[in-house]
Design a protein around this ligand. Structure first.
Ligand SMILES: [Zn+2]
Length: 238
């Protein structure tokens, strides 16, 4: 392999390394992940407050049931007062009747209220279950995305390091004189200093190479022929 071909290969490897290094810098997914995390946290907070609301309703049901139970006792007491035969005074009996009627009404509205809260509690409990399931799915999807990003980062870093080592090794095998020329020219030409002749033209600038120059390139052993248009070192391979 000629020195120029080795340099051409090393230059391509270096170019590939630079491209991968650039790709590795892409962190456009990070703000997306950050926004998703914030959204999930917000919804987890909302779920937490719904769970607190549910606890509150359960407390209300309990205290409502206690109130109903004591009203039931009171109804029984009043009924026993009315029918135990100990009270004969009509005014007194009327008083008990009034009190019984009032207590029964209180009990009825207490039971209605407990039923109402129980329905509310059931609806909320179902809603929480639904939100919980959805949120779990979304949290898993988010974790998967984070994992994918970290995996990609790890892989591209490894690829970058491998390419860097390979490029360094290849560049290290170029003889000093050619290396000096390459470095000098790369200041102006960038990554592509050695240009392969393809279909009779310079692949660096696409200009046609005259048959005479082409013949010269093919015959050249230690002489470097440069493209008249872009100044790159021309390299020919069948
Ligand atoms: Zn050229």
């Amino acid at each position: 392999m000629s020195g120029l071909e080795k340099l051409w290969q090393a230059q391509n490897k270096l170019k590939e390394y630079k491209q991968v290094k650039q790709q590795a810098k892409d962190e456009s997914v990070l703000p997306v992940l950050k926004a998703k995390k914030a959204e999930l946290e917000k919804r987890m907070q909302q779920l937490k407050s719904k769970k607190e609301q549910l606890k509150q309703l359960e407390k209300e049901i309990k205290s409502g049931e206690m109130k109903c139970s004591s009203l039931t006792d009171k109804v029984k007491e009043l009924q026993s007062e009315l029918y135990n035969g100990e009270h004969n005074n009509p005014k007194e009996l009327h008083g008990f009747e009034q009190k019984l009627k009032q207590t029964k009404e209180e009990l009825s509205s207490c039971e209605d209220r407990v039923l109402e809260i129980s329905q509310e509690q059931e609806d909320l409990s179902n809603a929480i279950e639904e939100i919980n399931a959805r949120l779990t799915n979304e949290k898993n999807a988010y974790k998967e995305q984070v994992k994918e990003y970290e995996q990609w980062k790890k892989e591209i870093k490894a690829r970058q390091e491998k390419l860097q080592k390979e490029a360094d090794k290849m560049m290290g095998k170029i003889d000093a004189e050619l290396m000096e020329l390459y470095q000098l020219k790369s200041k102006r030409l960038g990554d592509i200093v050695v240009s392969r002749v393809e279909d009779g033209s310079c692949s660096g600038c696409r200009i046609n190479i005259s048959p005479m120059v082409l013949k010269e390139i093919k015959q050249a052993q230690h002489k470097h022929i440069t493209c008249e248009s872009c100044g790159r070192l021309l390299f020919y391979k069948e």
